[in-house]
Write a protein that binds this ligand. Structure first.
Ligand SMILES: C[S@@+](CC[C@H](N)C(=O)[O-])C[C@H]1O[C@@H](n2cnc3c(N)ncnc32)[C@H](O)[C@@H]1O
Length: 231
C-alpha cells in the first residue's frame, strides 16, 4: 500500500487538516477569494483526489517514522485530534491487534485558520467521514471507537500510548486535557504531541524526549514524547 482509499469529501477534510496538501495554485485562490470560499468550496472542488491521497499517505508515512519506536502489537492507543486518521491506518498495517480510540470534533470551522486558538473553537472534521475513511482503509470496526469531544463522555480506559499530532498544545491548550490524561495514563504511558512551548512541560512530566524539531513556519514546534505526570 502506498496510497489511501478516499473520496472527494474525505480528501477535502485532509486538505483542511494538513496545509501542506494545498498546492501553490490553491494557495493563490485562497489569497484571491478569502478563507470562507476556500474552506467551503475551492478546497473541495479544485483538488485532484488521487494526488491528495498519495501526498497525504507520504506525509503520514514520515510522521509514522518519527514515532515508530513507540509502536508494538496489542496496545490501547488514544488518538486526540487525529484528523481523518491516516497515521492510525499505517500503524494498523504494521502491527496487529491495536485498539484505537479517537477523540475528535464533528464540525468544520467556517473560515479555517491555523495556529494557536485559546478558545479551542476551531475544528475540521466530520465523524461519519472519519469512520468511512478508517473502514475503507481496512481498520476493523471492532478495533476502533470514535468519541465526539463536544457530546460524549470521554472513555475511562488506561492507554499504553496517546498520540496527538499538530492538535493538542499546537492548536489549543494542553490544560484542556491535562486532568483527563492523568486519569487515563499510567507511569508507562507515552503521550506524544507537538507543541510550540516545549519548556512548559518540564514542570508537568518526569520524562520528556524530543522526537522532532520543526522549523517550517506553518508547523514551527517540537514533537515530545512525555511520561509520568509530576503535577
Ligand atoms: C491540524 S489538524 C491535525 C490532524 C492530524 N492529527 C494530522 O496530523 O493530520 C487538528 C485536528 O484537531 C482537531 N481538534 C480540534 N480541537 C480538538 C479537541 N478539543 N479535541 C480533539 N480534537 C480536536 C481538529 O478537528 C483537527 O482534525
Amino acid at each position: 500500500m502506498d496510497t489511501f482509499e478516499l473520496d472527494r469529501e474525505i480528501a477535502h477534510l485532509a486538505v483542511l487538516q494538513r496545509t501542506e496538501l494545498i498546492d501553490p495554485k490553491l494557495r493563490k485562490i485562497r489569497k484571491l477569494f478569502g478563507r470562507y470560499l476556500f474552506s467551503n468550496f475551492f478546497s473541495k472542488y479544485f483538488i485532484n483526489i488521487k494526488k491528495v491521497s498519495k501526498n497525504y499517505f507520504d506525509i503520514m508515512q514520515i510522521e509514522y517514522n518519527s514515532i515508530e519506536k513507540f509502536m508494538k502489537p496489542n496496545q490501547n492507543i488514544l488518538c486526540i485530534g487525529a484528523g481523518i486518521g491516516g497515521l492510525e491506518i499505517i500503524v494498523n498495517q504494521q502491527f496487529l491487534n491495536n485498539k484505537f480510540h479517537f477523540i475528535e470534533r464533528n464540525f468544520i470551522s467556517k473560515k479555517v485558520r491555523y495556529g494557536w486558538d485559546t478558545k479551542n473553537s476551531e475544528a475540521y472534521n466530520d465523524l461519519k467521514l472519519l469512520e468511512k475513511f478508517l473502514i475503507l482503509n481496512h481498520l476493523k470496526k471492532n478495533n476502533f471507537k470514535i468519541i465526539n469531544f463536544d457530546l460524549d463522555e470521554l472513555p475511562k480506559n488506561k492507554y499504553n500510548l496517546v498520540t496527538s499530532l499538530y492538535s493538542l498544545d499546537f492548536h489549543y491548550d494542553f490544560e484542556i486535557y491535562k486532568n483527563y490524561l492523568k486519569n487515563v495514563s499510567t507511569e508507562d504511558t507515552f503521550i506524544i504531541f507537538d507543541t510550540i512551548r516545549p519548556d512548559y512541560f518540564n514542570k508537568i512530566f518526569k520524562s520528556i524526549e524530543i522526537l522532532k524539531t520543526e522549523n517550517d513556519t506553518v508547523h514551527r514546534s517540537k514533537r515530545l514524547a512525555c511520561r509520568g505526570f509530576i503535577i
